[in-house]
Design a protein around this ligand. Structure first.
Ligand code: GLN
Length: 233
């Protein structure tokens, strides 16, 4: 039977607050996930960017990784991984950190170089109305190998940067930092993984994704400041 949508953001480390703000703009009150029991009623979970090794350790420490895998395998939980979150969704190829092994793709960390080599670009996304999306790449990974089950939704040049698979969406950039909520709206509108289509009687209240004028570089600086504050604690 179709269930109402319940959306969570993994809130252990990294850029989870900006994702939560996007979800609120779209009319959802997200659950900030900090333990395996938080996953119980969720239909959608965002794995944010941050530092994938730290995220891996925290997922293990709190037993959340296995719970994510189990609920996803049961067709009950759709996942959206962004940057470090996308790395974790990928195939476990023996490199550090270990991955969840859900997405049929191998991701190479820090593929564009160091933090100073971070950049922004406009990218066109298959099936997304309203023109290209401003994408912010912060010490981004790349999809080194894609398996048959992974479908490319966007490329930058020849490089895939957004990939989808049944119940999975993975971006090598930070869609939560550009003030453009269309990709989150798309993630939430996807059904077929035990969830229902958008329905105003659900927790979904808005229909038009909000657009904000905060520039990408403001967002980048805000993100870096937040990351510095978090690591100096
Ligand atoms: N470089 C980070 C890692 O490998 C990911 C960066 C990000 O999430 N912005 O974990």
């Amino acid at each position: 039977m179709a269930r109402a949508k319940k959306v969570g953001v993994l809130a252990l480390q990294g850029s989870f607050e900006p994702h939560a703000r996007v979800l609120r703009r779209l009319g959802f009150e997200p659950l900030l996930v900090r333990g395996a029991e938080d996953l119980r009623d969720l239909t959608h979970l965002i794995l944010p960017g941050g530092e994938s090794t730290t995220l891996h350790h925290l997922l293990e420490l709190f037993g959340i990784g296995d719970a994510i895998r189990a609920r996803h395998a049961a067709g009950e939980l759709s996942l959206f991984g962004t940057c470090a979150g996308a790395i974790l969704l990928g195939r476990d190829d023996g490199s550090r950190p270990p991955r969840l092994g859900l997405l049929d793709a191998t991701l190479e960390r820090n593929a564009y170089g160091r933090q100073v080599d971070s950049f922004e670009d406009e990218i066109a996304i298959d099936g997304l109305d309203g023109g290209p999306l401003r994408a912010i790449f912060i010490r981004a990974p790349r999809f080194a190998k894609l398996g048959e089950r992974a479908r490319v939704l966007a490329r930058r040049g020849r490089e895939p940067v957004l990939v989808e698979q049944d119940g999975l969406l993975a971006a090598t950039f930070h869609p939560e930092l550009s003030g453009d909520d269309r990709l989150h709206a798309r993630f939430l509108s996807v059904s077929g993984h035990g969830t229902v289509d958008l329905d105003p009687s659900d927790s979904y209240r808005g229909s038009q994704p909000a657009r904000y004028s905060l520039s990408g570089s403001d967002c980048l600086f805000a993100f870096l400041a937040a990351a510095r504050a978090a690591t100096s604690k």
